[in-house]
Design a protein around this ligand. Structure first.
Ligand SMILES: Nc1nc2c(ncn2[C@@H]2O[C@H](COP(=O)(O)OP(=O)(O)OP(=O)(O)O)[C@@H](O)[C@H]2O)c(=O)[nH]1
Ligand SMILES: [Mg+2]
Length: 282
């Protein structure tokens, strides 16, 4: 019997860390014993080759070109012998920006959304602004600023909620919530935060609107922190210590209970079918 295929819909705007997580995850699956490991030949690895090479040299990889969308196929197994075929995409994050701004889902994305029952939302907290509103500033202060600026931009949080709404509407579960996708929220570049807080609590404090939307639509979403690199790397200057020790010795995940582990496969393992809860019935 062939292994069930789990297509991951990786949702993340440009700069959240999709490529670096993909490359680090791939290397872990191939070389390190974790919750999941590679079980057979992975295909379509080209999009990650340059990133793997840069990390080997202790440098950060480049931004992914806007037009790229490639599915890599990774056969994996866990310690109990459960097998799955992961379809892991690599794409330029501007595609997500364009979906939010045009409020249109191209047919190719419509098919991906429908074909993926596991969604992984990547959020880099340092990249999201928390705009001032009446909860953070007196109304009188806000009134002054709006006079100078008549243009209204939705906040970063509103954009993310909008995006999730568009994707949920496009998913076949729109008419059958019990078939809803499993959701994991990964707070990336956790090392930049310098916090000891739990991922769950940090998500709620820093992104209250998105967190409330997620909790309303999913009964028990998996929320974890991730530092795929463990430290900042420059695209130009080599970090010689990084290169000498090897990128597989860097990176960690903060599990929902706050435990730190170097096993970068944990968030994916937790989301495999049968292990996670489905969408909240409405
Ligand atoms: N400090 C720190 N920086 C990271 C980490 N992961 C990625 N970065 C940096 O974040 C930046 C963006 O990461 P990418 O993986 O290229 O982001 P992306 O989501 O693929 O972006 P696009 O290709 O534009 O869609 C890069 O400069 C990385 O060096 C991390 O775990 N910690
Ligand atoms: Mg990229």
């Amino acid at each position: 019997m062939s292994a069930p295929t789990t297509s991951i819909l990786l949702i993340g705007e440009s700069g959240v860390g999709k490529t670096h997580y993909g490359a680090q995850l791939l290397r872990r699956l191939m070389t390190v014993e974790g919750s999941l490991r590679m079980d057979g030949a992975a295909t379509n690895l080209e999009p990650f080759e340059a990133a793997l090479e840069s990390l080997n040299e202790g440098r950060a990889a480049d931004h992914t070109a806007r037009s790229v969308y490639v599915d890599s196929v990774w056969p994996v197994t866990d310690a109990a012998g459960n097998k799955a075929t992961l379809v892991w995409p690599e794409y330029g994050g501007e595609q997500i920006k364009s979906i939010i701004e045009t409020r249109r889902l191209p047919q190719t994305w419509q098919d991906r959304v429908n074909g993926a029952d596991t969604w992984l939302l990547l959020i880099r907290l340092q990249q999201t602004r928390m705009g001032d509103d009446i909860f953070s500033k007196p109304l009188s202060d806000l009134r002054g600023s709006s006079h100078e600026n008549h243009e209204v931009h939705p906040s970063d949080q509103a954009r993310l909620v909008e995006l999730l709404q568009i994707l949920l509407f496009a998913h076949r579960s729109a008419t059958e919530p019990r078939l809803g996708p499993r959701l994991g929220v990964i707070l990336t570049c956790w090392d930049e935060e310098g916090t000891d807080g739990l991922p769950n609590a940090t998500f709620e404090t820093r992104m209250p609107l998105v967190s409330a939307f997620v909790r309303t639509n999913w009964s028990a979403p998996i929320i974890m922190g991730l530092s795929a690199l463990e430290r900042s790397l420059s695209p130009k200057e080599r970090d010689t210590e990084y290169a000498a020790r090897g990128p597989e010795h860097f990176g960690y995940v903060i599990k929902p209970d706050g435990e730190r582990t170097s096993d970068l496969t944990i968030p994916i393992h937790a989301l495999l079918p049968g292990r996670a809860v489905t969408r909240q019935p409405t």
